[in-house]
Design a protein around this ligand. Structure first.
Ligand code: NI
Length: 218
């Protein structure tokens, strides 16, 4: 979750089935918005529950909007890749991601995406890539956006590893990266120290967040 311009933006909630998050009280999570990058279970497991308990507006690609509506949740803003939409916390651009996207129930999930979120006065801006490979499309991002930080996967196997994520950070011109998508499954267990060193060599600060902790980037 990112607190941004007075609003709570929750990304890709995967809590209940996540052994590492067993101490998190899902009922206490009351975001204003939920942004979903793609349909995989480890990104959508708790979206309906948290949306219903909080009344949060969900921001997602058209096909995930259709899935949520099919489950009876209509408080959703549909977007598609490349588009911009303005909310009370700022502007969201939906960014291309290179991954796959499917729901466990067979519903079509559309394409995987990431988001660039910009405050109304343009003073704050961050990129949440979602699950993705390193892709040249990332070089388009700094043409429109001046990022303060980025949230990038570093676990390899299903996404970029730390080395590719560090290249991504250079391309998108950010000096601060929050690593995600690591350690949750056996396939994506990583060496934290090594990952931090890979970024440090490029002069980039890699934050490896601990579950349940808060970090401030002001
Ligand atoms: Ni995925």
């Amino acid at each position: 979750m990112v607190e941004f311009f007075g609003k709570k933006l929750l990304f890709d909630p995967f809590i209940t089935p996540n052994e590492m998050a067993k101490d998190i009280d899902v009922e206490s999570i009351k975001p204003d918005y939920i942004l979903i990058s793609h349909a995989h279970e480890d990104h959508t497991a708790d979206v309906l529950r948290i949306a219903r308990q909080s009344g949060a507006k969900v921001i997602a690609i058209w096909e995930i909007y259709a899935w949520l509506c099919s489950k009876g949740y209509n408080h959703v803003h549909p977007m598609n890749t490349g588009g911009f939409a303005t909310f009370d916390f700022g502007t969201v651009q939906m960014i291309n991601a290179v991954h796959s996207s499917s729901f466990g129930d067979g519903f079509y999930g559309g394409n995987p995406v990431g988001f660039v979120v910009t405050s109304p006065d343009k003073s704050q801006c961050f990129y949440y890539s979602g699950d993705t490979a390193l892709t040249l499309d990332m070089q388009l991002i700094p043409m429109r956006h001046k990022l303060d930080f980025a949230v990038l996967p570093i676990g390899s196997n299903f996404t970029m590893d730390a080395q590719d994520a560090a290249i991504a950070a250079e391309w998108i011109k950010t000096k601060k990266v929050v690593g995600v998508h690591f350690d949750t499954f056996e396939f994506i267990k990583i060496n934290h120290k090594q990952a931090k060193e890979i970024f440090a060599e490029k002069g980039i600060d890699l934050v490896i967040p601990e579950i349940g902790k808060s970090y401030s980037f002001n």
